[in-house]
Design a protein around this ligand. Structure first.
Ligand code: NAP
Length: 311
């Protein structure tokens, strides 16, 4: 377990796209962490001790303090249980688990064991999100429109797991929009109705629309995983003081009458800073509201079967 003054000795699990694009650079730049070893069935990181699976990573004599899980959500529960039971702090990629019951059980288990559990939502760390939340405070919210449209073949090439059971389909990116929406709106967001289109032979939807409500304001979300050309990750909020617009996944904020506000992408450095703070404070951060909305959509949505999909 961690000792005062030394870096948090971390094992990184699931060396795929997000681990390489974001976790490795963020860890390399943060002195509060030391990447000690990895676990991945096929992949390795140059210069870092590699294991094939989390069991041998945890049992490998590395004197670990923490595990960060970058595997797909299906299967993450067992990995998190192994880490928590070994007394390690755990950071989870989004979505935090394959089911609501799993993440609730993990939160209980971490509490009982006295370790930190951090269910991360990287989009909440986008530059515009905190100022948007602050600006909206005290304003009347009249309507919210979420447009989250990206090309699955461009951003998730060959990731068959994303359309398999537990892969979330278009809600894998869509949950990012919901993580921002639940963070910036003062009132609870509730799902009223939804439809989704699932390609023949797959489990996860490629297209979905959600009609929600926050206080008296309608909140509409349009998710599309087949968007070619310009990619759209926008949230617009109409208020009694004009329209707030978050674009590019929350990184650009436009307030009524103002210039666009943007700042360099610091989402993953901020996530690891938050994880370090939580570990130091002996606290956890597990907000399941974005996940609940997705689970509600899977319960309530009208299903349509679409054309078969191939990467
Ligand atoms: P990915 O490229 O498929 O990487 C995940 C890695 O986990 C795989 O390379 C694989 O490495 C390992 N793995 C373990 N069990 C697996 C299984 N049953 N099926 C597939 N891979 C398995 O996926 P990713 O894009 O990095 O996404 C991982 C998580 O990060 C997801 O929850 C996703 O929502 C989140 N995320 C992704 C992005 C993004 O832009 N891609 C952005 C933010 C968050 P081995 O084969 O070596 O075991």
């Amino acid at each position: 377990m961690e000792q005062a003054g030394r870096a948090i000795r971390l094992g990184l699990v699931g060396i795929g796209k997000i681990a390489r694009d974001q976790h490795l650079p963020a860890l390399a730049a943060d002195k509060r962490f030391e990447l000690v070893a990895t676990a991945s069935r096929h992949a390795t990181v140059d210069g870092v001790i590699a294991h094939r699976e989390i069991g041998s990573l945890i049992g490998g004599g590395h004197d670990l303090d923490a595990i960060s899980l970058c595997t797909p959500p299906e299967g993450r529960y067992a990995q998190a249980v192994a880490a928590i039971d070994a007394g390690l702090h755990v950071m989870l990629e989004k979505p935090p688990a394959a089911t609501i019951s799993e993440i609730a059980a993990l939160a209980d288990r971490a509490r009982a064991k006295g370790v930190t559990l951090f269910a991360s939502w990287h989009s909440r760390e986008a530059a515009g999100v905190a100022p948007a939340r602050d600006w909206l405070r005290g304003k009347r919210i009249d309507a919210v429109r979420i447009t989250w449209k990206e090309d699955i073949r461009r951003w998730h090439p060959g990731q068959d797991w994303i359309l398999a059971p537990g892969g979330f389909g278009v809600f894998d990116p869509g949950i990012n929009a919901l993580s921002i929406t639940t963070a910036i709106l003062p009132d609870a967001v509730l799902l009223e109705s939804a439809w989704m289109e699932v390609p023949e032979g797959r489990a996860g939807p490629l297209v979905a629309e959600l009609r929600m409500r926050s206080g008296t304001a309608p909140v509409e979300a349009s998710f599309d995983f087949l968007q070619t050309g310009p990619q759209t990750w926008d949230i617009e909020v109409d208020t009694d003081a004009g329209r707030l617009r978050l674009s590019m996944g929350g990184s650009i904020l436009q307030l009524p009458g103002g210039e666009e506000q943007k700042a360099p992408d610091q989402e993953y450095p901020r996530l690891y800073a938050r994880f370090a703070e939580l570990v130091t404070a002996g606290e956890s951060d597990v907000d399941i509201r974005p996940f609940q909305l997705v689970a509600d959509a899977f319960v309530l949505a009208e299903r349509r079967i679409g054309a078969p999909f191939a990467f």
